[in-house]
Ligand binder design. Structure first.
Ligand code: NAP
Ligand code: MG
Length: 491
């Protein structure tokens, strides 16, 4: 079962993409023949229909992953690493097709999609290298009577649930470390963007991943299907990226079954600019932190706090840069900002802007949905945003930058930390001592200090407070799929 996607604006060859589920190394239709309609956010048109997995399909995937576990977990780490390395090479070779596919189903502008493919492939390269580094530990017991030996063993079958905003990178960030550790997986991609996940599944099979090691079950019936998988005693791990609301529900189910859980949840990132910052660097940084992926990133700068002395120049420069961006279908030449993923997301962004404006904020650029087809919203800057505006509390997930002016460092820290989230925070200052002092005081799992892009496959990505549990990327990411086994030994 494949779909041929020809909704491209260029003369390039159409893309052939799997549209069936991947279970036990075979591409199969949904057990009850239901399908998910995948839409092009630039037009609202139907792109493809993909198998909509049922509870039975999810459990068949658990069975396949469970059967494949013994052989995969005892496959030589080097051999597992070589397969991941091959997957990195294939993804890199096919990067342009994958980027176009991401743009088609997610909407993001092609340059953002290309950036995502490169980032996503790096997780396979990084974890191809980490596969041979699940190092253990040995020590003499304090009593001197024995040795304490610690091995790391794969946790077992892992269920991976991913969102639509980075359909490739959120999948590889989980599959890479899971396979490196020796786990087998079932991936449940977001229903808006299942095609990219299935294309990555095909690449993994081609790279030599044995049948059943990676299973992919798209499903619109996510609560029922993921819930049934978590309640199956063969499943030992859930790794989820998505909203805090769904994360809480999955943690509740995981607690019933005592399943190991990693959660990458929502964000509400503050972006602080102090008077002593380099203005150009701060504006460049704000453009990246706000506009990467059209603002549809959990790491997106959600609240810009700017010190009074630099605020007029910063706001003017930001307005000019945002105003100069071109919005349009993501595959078109010269487009910087594509549509939002669906009508609901676009309407939510519009509501947040309207609420802020009704409470006294001013849009210095943008601020209104255009007429016509597609789920577009223009790059928008809001000034004089009052403290009670919903946009300062809720994740915007769109191309809107609300600017709030502050006076003192203490005030900036208090404002930045006044949120239930704690994924990432950014700050720009020319004073390194202040930079490190404020970095330590900010309640976030990650800090961008004079740097607006923190995501890196070699670094531990994750949040504190309601932004999640655990880390992905780096060596920490591998440990999330390993259990420590302690052997007390006398010799
Ligand atoms: P979402 O609604 O939470 O969905 C995420 C995934 O969970 C999708 O695959 C979805 O499937 C599935 N899902 C929905 N309800 C479920 C349930 N009851 N049980 C099991 N699975 C369920 O989030 P989203 O709207 O797709 O993505 C946006 C959110 O993700 C934002 O809040 C953003 O901050 C967060 N995010 C966080 C990170 C991070 O690393 N911290 C990264 C990216 C995104 P369906 O598509 O079928 O509903
Ligand atoms: Mg959703």
């Amino acid at each position: 079962m494949t779909s041929t996607l020809s909704a491209t604006t260029s003369a390039e060859a159409p893309l052939a993409v799997p549209s069936a589920m991947l279970i036990g190394g075979r591409w199969v239709a949904s057990g009850d023949d239901r399908v998910i309609d995948v839409l092009d956010p630039a037009t609202g048109n139907l792109l493809a229909q993909v198998a909509d997995g049922s509870v039975d399909d999810g459990l068949a995937a658990v069975a396949a992953a469970s059967e494949a576990l013994a052989a995969w977990s005892t496959t030589a780490p080097r051999a597992r690493g070589e397969i991941l390395r091959k997957a990195f090479e294939l993804m890199t070779e096919r990067s342009e097709d994958l980027a176009r596919l991401i743009t088609l189903e997610n909407g993001k502008a092609l340059p953002d999609a290309r950036g995502e493919v490169a980032y996503a492939a790096e997780f396979f390269r990084w974890y191809s290298e980490e596969a041979v580094r699940a190092v253990g530990d040995i020590q003499t017991a304090p009593s001197g009577a024995n040795r304490i030996m610690v091995l790391h063993q794969p946790i077992g079958v892992a269920v991976l649930v991913t969102p639509w905003n980075f359909p490739a990178a959120m999948a590889t960030r989980k599959i890479g470390p899971a396979l490196a550790a020796g786990c087998t997986v079932i991936l449940k991609p977001a229903s808006e963007t299942p095609l990219t996940a299935l294309a990555i599944g095909a690449i993994l099979i081609e790279a030599g991943v044995p049948a059943g090691v990676v299973n992919i079950v798209p499903s619109k019936r996510s609560g029922a299907v993921v819930g049934a998988m978590l309640r199956d005693p063969r499943v030992r791990k859930i790794s989820f990226t998505g909203s805090t609301e769904v994360g809480r529900r999955l943690l509740a189910t995981a607690s019933e079954c005592v399943v190991n859980a990693s959660m990458e949840l929502g964000g509400n990132a503050p972006f602080l600019v102090f008077d002593d910052a380099d203005l150009d660097a701060a504006v460049d940084g704000a453009m990246i932190a706000k506009m990467r992926n059209g603002g549809e990133a959990c790491t997106a700068a959600n609240r810009l706090y700017v010190q009074a002395g630099i605020a007029p120049a910063f706001t003017a420069a930001l307005t000019e840069r945002m105003n100069a961006l071109t919005t349009g279908p993501g595959l078109d030449d010269g487009v910087d900002v594509g549509p939002l993923v669906n009508a609901e997301s676009r309407d939510k962004v519009a509501e947040l802007v309207d609420d802020a404006v009704a409470k006294g904020a001013t849009a210095t650029t943008g601020g209104r949905s255009p007429d016509g087809t597609g789920w577009f919203y223009p790059p928008t800057v809001l000034t004089n945003v009052p403290a009670d505006a919903l946009i300062l509390d809720e994740e915007i997930f769109g191309p809107v930058a609300p600017v709030v002016v502050f006076d003192t460092e203490d005030e900036a820290i208090t404002l930045a930390n006044d949120t239930e989230y704690g994924l990432v925070a950014y700050l720009y200052t020319g004073d390194l001592a202040r930079g490190l002092r404020v970095s330590e005081a900010l309640e976030a799992g990650m800090i961008g200090l004079n740097r607006a892009l923190v995501s890196d496959p070699a670094a531990p990505f994750g949040g504190v407070k309601q932004s999640g549990l655990g880390r992905e990327g780096g060596h920490d990411g591998l440990l999330e799929y390993l259990e420590s086994k302690y052997i007390a030994v006398t010799w």
